[in-house]
Design a protein around this ligand. Structure first.
Ligand SMILES: NC(=O)c1ccc[n+]([C@@H]2O[C@H](COP(=O)([O-])OP(=O)(O)OC[C@H]3O[C@@H](n4cnc5c(N)ncnc54)[C@H](OP(=O)(O)O)[C@@H]3O)[C@@H](O)[C@H]2O)c1
Length: 212
């Protein structure tokens, strides 16, 4: 069964998801963090790209400061050549971390602090297609997938049509042209039928649902 896919990220008013050189910046305000951590709690697995792990080192857990829960969602990482940092914080929780890579990739040395169960899924193609990732996650029993970035992963899933909902939080900040844009190259503009907007503290949220 194909899982339900929610893409979620936060950006500046000029559509940047990180600062110059990919340096992370917290765009979410408290109200958005409450929403994000609730969404994490409701998700079976959180998916990110390898660069997000290596650059930002996120924990990808539900923080009780924002949402009360003891759940620790699983994590999926897209990493063709298995070059993810084996000592990243994401591996220090008791959960499954599924790494998608190409056939024949040589495993990263996962440090002795790894508490997670690391599951490797090899793609039959040299390039990881999101269809393969979604199909595998479905086969593994994941029903609700939350995608938290970064730019390349968001672009792949959206351009390949593998999404059901997109939530974008806009923070009242301008980063400038050297920041990292929210999307990479798209062959043509993507026009959505309808977008809902709401105010969230000092920022605003845009929600897009796929129309069937
Ligand atoms: N504001 C936010 O909400 C937010 C959230 C998360 C991240 N970020 C920012 O996003 C930036 C990182 O974005 P990024 O584009 O450099 O990296 P990314 O999307 O985190 O990871 C991209 C990497 O994933 C691997 N990959 C494998 N299969 C893929 C596929 N089908 N589609 C896309 N990627 C695939 C590729 O590496 P291999 O070729 O080695 O497989 C690719 O280079 C950071 O600056 C971070 O701070 C912002």
């Amino acid at each position: 069964m194909k899982p339900h896919i929610i893409i979620n990220f936060a950006c500046s008013l000029d559509g940047k998801i990180a600062l110059r050189g990919g340096k992370a910046y917290r765009f979410s305000n408290f109200e958005d963090l409450v929403r994000v951590h609730k969404l994490r709690d409701e998700s079976d697995i959180i998916l990110v790209g390898k660069n997000t792990i290596n650059l930002d080192d996120p924990k990808l857990v539900v923080n009780e400061k924002y949402y009360k829960s003891t759940r620790i969602p699983d994590v999926a990482i897209l990493d063709s050549n298995l070059t993810v940092n084996g000592n990243a914080r994401v591996f220090s929780y008791q959960r499954s971390v599924v790494i998608f890579c190409r056939e024949g990739a040589v495993a990263t040395d996962f440090g002795s602090n790894v508490a997670s169960k690391v599951l490797i899924r090899n793609s039959p193609d040299p390039i990881l297609h999101t269809d393969f990732v979604v199909k595998e996650l479905g086969k593994m029993g994941y029903r609700r997938v939350m995608i938290e970035g970064g730019k390349s992963v968001i672009t792949s899933f959206i351009s390949q049509g593998n999404w059901d909902e997109i939530s974008i939080f806009y923070s009242p900040v301008i980063v400038g042209e050297e920041g990292i844009t929210m999307f990479g190259d798209l062959k043509e503009p993507l026009k959505f039928e309808r977008a809902e907007s709401s105010i969230l503290g000092d920022g605003f949220l845009i929600k897009i649902k796929k129309e069937f």
